[in-house]
Design a protein around this ligand. Sequence first.
Ligand code: ADP
Ligand code: MG
Length: 704
Amino acid sequence: MGNCSENRRSVPELFGSAVFNDDVMMERLPKDVYRSLRKTIDEGKELDLTVANAVASAMKDWAVEMGATHYTHWFQPLNGITAEKHDSFISPTSDGRVIMQFSGKELIKGEPDASSFPSGGLRATFEARGYTAWDPTSYAFVKGDSLYIPTAFCSYSGEVLDKKTPLLRSMEALSTQAVRLLRLLGDQKTQQVITTVGPEQEYFLIDKELYQQRPDLMFTGRTLFGSRAPKGQELEDHYYGAIKPKVAEFMRDLDRELWKLGVLAKTKHNEVAPAQHELAPIFTTTNIACDHNQLTMEVMKNVADRHGLVCLLHEKPFAGVNGSGKHNNWSLSTDSGRNLLDPGKRPWENLPFLLILAAVVKGVDEYQDLLRISVASAGNDHRLGANEAPPAIISMFLGDELTSILEAIEQGRPYECMEEKKLETGVRVLPDFNKDNTDRNRTSPFAFTGNKFEFRSLGSAISIACPNIMLNTVVAEELRQFSEKLEGAQDLPAAVKALVRQTVAEHKRIIFNGDGYSEEWVQEAQRRGLLNLRTTVDALPRYLDQKNVQLFLRHRIYTEAEMEARYETIMEEYVKTLNIESLTMGGMVRREIFPAVSGYLSTLAQTVEAKRRVRADLPCQAEIKLLESLSTLLDQAYGQAEELDSLLKAPQAESRNVLTAATHYRDLVIPAMERLRATVDEMERSMSARQWPYPGYAKLMFSI
Ligand code: ADP
Ligand code: MG
């Protein structure tokens, strides 16, 4: 893909070449227009229409030079992916020709029909019309034939219908509260505090031809059947292993596509499971990170397609090997670029750091439910709560040094700095290192990793908007409470220490530095009173608890109606996902698996007969045993498919109450799916590989 000259372009030349970024703006906009736009971007000043007209016109000229014929307001509805509708720039002239036009109004505002996007009932009460509004803090870009304008999406009467608006609001809420606290601590300079995110994205790559032979992969993104291959990830030979040429070509192409779009793709490596890989970008402002992660997922799929591959973003494409997650690395920095989660050399004296750390500890403890909910989906339930990283119980890892600092503060004794440890390599030509005091713990859902927190519970397929909305709002709330307590304090440093001490004492139960996978931790967490919300259905109803509604109302992130809408949407999506999976299973069993096994049985029976005709006492024990066991299994599978079918038709499955329906799916449908799968997988193990209708796990995971 791409022509030769493009392949030869240096990375700095390539980077951002399809983006209407600051450089392009400076070059193409009149000085005063540029300055007004910058003010809008940096300070949130409203954009007036004359400025918008000038920006639109320059944007259009630039996009047309890049080969664009259309523009689209690109937005992020509640279904977690992105939406786009394309309008061409053409405008007729009186002499029957067309010119290319784009106005400020068209740039600022769009009016897509909102009626076919999930709105969780908001639509019924409000108008179908929707508006998209330009988010000038995220640059426009050209992809394919279109100029993409990142936008927020709301209904005619102002209800928020997307994930971007609340994300932007939560960033503002956090900034307001963080600046307020910094002022108290004597910082008169900082005007804005920005949350930054670097999401690491895991994915699987499989062969396109094999993919197309599996309806489960095509309809649901995961294998609904499939017996384990003799080899999985147990040899630990894939993680960081040498990248195969075909995969390397894909990754190279992917990087270049992403760089063109201004995405800071940085790290690539093989992951734990066979056929699993990861891409990590350099962190950036949260809303941009969110846009870029959406683009990354989309570009991954497109580039894979060009390479004869399919990129699977599902959280659990294969049973028996690791699923895919997305680590949300999160921090806060001031407008001058100071990372507020950087402990510095003397963290125990770093008051802003200690307060923000304490706020995160308190927030994660008080709002465990929200963090769990922010990553809830049918797909991610296969990871959380199952025997895989990380557990459904939300806890925090702080590492030895921070934990001892907090302990010292709690006990009111001076902290003795941990010695700087040298890492001695013992080889002359290799340098010795200073050891980083923040150790790693791979099992924790929420880990402090040096100068940021890494929230690891996200599934690979979800938008990072929701987890960040929760995090930002929760921390904003804790900082608000801290400011209220500290305002008017006589001796500020003493008041801060006291506040940190009290917070640690009250919330240290959320801190856990041990093995999050162990059965002991489940017991221990229960003793500590931590939540263990294993499934989406367990977690989601808590979204509407008064404390959570109050939180979002106070910081003006959502109205109560908007929260109810989100609750409905997520529950509905859970039910729909499982419904599609069940229907797909039924179809596969009846239309392909049954005929295949039945055909094989008939071959076996014919063999027995033929053998007996040759000589009555020729041994046929193997055929007969196989006939018996496969016939039993086939009957069983058929019965289980019928049972699954009837569960889908049960009145609870179609209840208008989403909780009733979702509970039915969790308690009855999922176990029925698992039973059917177990039977089918057992048949696969004794069937002729050539007559099994689907490529098996070994081929899917090891053929590239
Ligand atoms: P690991 O696999 O050890 O967790 P990676 O290098 O794969 O580390 O990913 C770390 C991620 O954290 C990167 O995306 C990086 O940009 C991001 N990151 C680093 N510093 C910050 C920060 N201050 N705020 C947000 N994200 C950060
Ligand atoms: Mg990583």
